[in-house]
Ligand binder design. Structure first.
Ligand SMILES: [Zn+2]
Length: 332
C-alpha cells in the first residue's frame, strides 16, 4: 500500500503540473485575447459614436443655416414689401415700366433715361424673360432644376453659402445643366454684410471662392441681398455697385417679384399670376423667385409659369450673363 502511493506521487505531480501549465497558458491567452477583443469592440463603438456625433453636428449646422436663412427671409420679405409699396420719389417716366400693382412689381427710382434703357425694345422685338432664384441651393433646388429641364429653359441662381454635401452637389448640377450661377451672399446677414464695404467684400469673396472651388466657375453676376434699393445698408449702395462693376461684376435687381418672399405663404396660382401679369408689361423681365426648402408653392408655380411662357413664340426665356441688359433699382 505504502509502496503503491510512492509510485503514484510523481504521476500526480506531473498531472498537477500539467494542469497548472494549462491554467497558466489559459490565463496568459485570456489576458491577451480579452483586452484585444475589448479594444476592437470599443474601437468599433467609438467609431459608431463618432459617426453619430458628426451626423448630429452636420444636422445642427444645417438647422442653424436654415434658421439663419429663415431670419434672412423675414428681412427679405420686409424689404421687398417696403420696396413693393414704395412710390418713386421722382416718377419722371410714364406708366410703362412703373408700378404694375403694389404687390407684384417693383419700380425703378431712377430717372427716365435709366428706366427706359432698362426696358428697351429688344432687337428681334421678342420679350426676354429672365427667371432668377435667390437663396438656394435648398431641398427644392433639384425639383426646380427638373422643371427647368422639362421645359428646356435656362435660369439664374443667386446662391448663398450652403456648404453641405448636398448643397455642393446642387451647385454642380446648376452649372452642369447650363444655368447661370451668381453671388447672393455667403452669410446673408444684412447686419454684417452692409456694415462696411470691407465686410461686404469679405463675404462676397468667400462665396465667390467657394463656388469656384466647387464648380470651377467664377461668377461674374450678383444679386444684392434686399436689392440695390434696400434701406438697411449702412454703406452707399451706389458706391457698392460701382465697386462691384470695377471688379467686372454686374449687379441685377428685378422688375417683377413673384411675391414668394413674404412671410405670408402665397399660393402657387397667386405667384403665377404675379409673374405672368408682370411679364405682360415689360419687354425685358427679370423675375424674382426664391429657392427655399419651404417654398413648395414656388416650385408648383414654376411649372405653371413655364407651361404658359413656353407656349408663347414672342417670349424668349434666357439666363442672365454679364452681357444681359442690367435691371437696377438705383441709378448709378
Ligand atoms: Zn435673399
Amino acid at each position: 500500500m505504502a509502496k503503491q502511493e510512492i509510485e503514484r506521487l510523481p504521476e500526480n505531480r506531473r498531472k498537477r503540473i500539467k494542469r497548472l501549465k494549462k491554467i497558466i497558458v489559459g490565463t496568459v491567452i485570456a489576458a491577451i485575447v480579452i483586452p484585444v477583443m475589448l479594444c476592437i469592440f470599443l474601437g468599433i463603438r467609438l467609431h459608431i459614436v463618432k459617426k453619430d456625433l458628426n451626423n448630429s453636428k452636420a444636422q445642427v449646422e444645417e438647422m442653424q443655416m436654415e434658421l439663419e436663412r429663415y431670419s434672412s427671409e423675414v428681412e427679405d420679405s420686409v424689404l421687398v414689401e417696403n420696396q413693393n409699396n414704395m412710390q418713386p420719389a421722382t416718377q419722371t417716366f410714364d406708366g410703362e415700366g412703373s408700378i404694375i400693382n403694389s404687390s407684384t412689381t417693383l419700380t425703378s427710382t431712377g430717372n427716365e433715361n435709366a428706366n427706359s434703357s432698362q426696358d428697351a425694345e429688344t432687337a428681334d422685338g421678342k420679350k426676354r424673360v429672365y427667371l432668377t432664384f435667390d437663396d438656394g441651393p435648398s431641398d427644392n433646388t433639384e425639383e426646380i432644376l427638373d422643371i427647368l429641364k422639362k421645359y428646356d429653359v435656362q435660369a439664374t441662381f443667386f446662391v448663398v453659402g450652403n456648404t453641405s454635401e448636398h448643397g455642393q452637389e446642387l451647385l454642380k448640377r446648376i452649372v452642369e445643366d447650363g444655368h447661370s450661377i451668381g453671388i447672393h451672399s455667403y452669410s446673408h446677414k444684412y447686419s454684417s454684410i452692409y456694415d462696411s464695404e470691407e465686410a461686404f467684400f469679405e463675404d462676397f469673396n468667400k462665396l465667390s471662392d467657394y463656388i469656384y472651388d466647387t464648380t470651377g466657375v467664377r461668377p461674374q453676376i450678383c444679386r444684392l441681398p434686399g436689392g440695390s434699393s434696400n434701406t438697411v445698408s449702412k454703406i452707399s449702395m451706389v458706391e457698392l455697385v460701382r465697386s462691384l462693376n470695377e471688379k467686372n461684376i454686374e449687379c441685377f435687381d428685378w422688375n417683377i417679384s413673384g411675391g414668394d418672399a413674404s412671410g405670408q405663404k402665397l399660393s402657387a396660382s397667386a405667384i403665377t399670376d404675379n409673374v405672368l401679369k408682370g411679364i405682360d408689361r415689360f419687354q425685358t423681365a427679370v423675375v424674382l423667385l426664391h429657392d427655399g426648402a419651404d417654398k413648395d408653392s414656388t416650385v408648383e408655380a414654376l411649372d405653371m409659369i413655364l407651361k404658359e411662357l413656353t407656349e408663347n413664340d414672342e417670349i424668349i426665356i434666357d439666363k442672365i450673363t454679364e452681357n444681359t441688359p442690367v435691371i437696377l433699382h438705383i441709378s448709378l
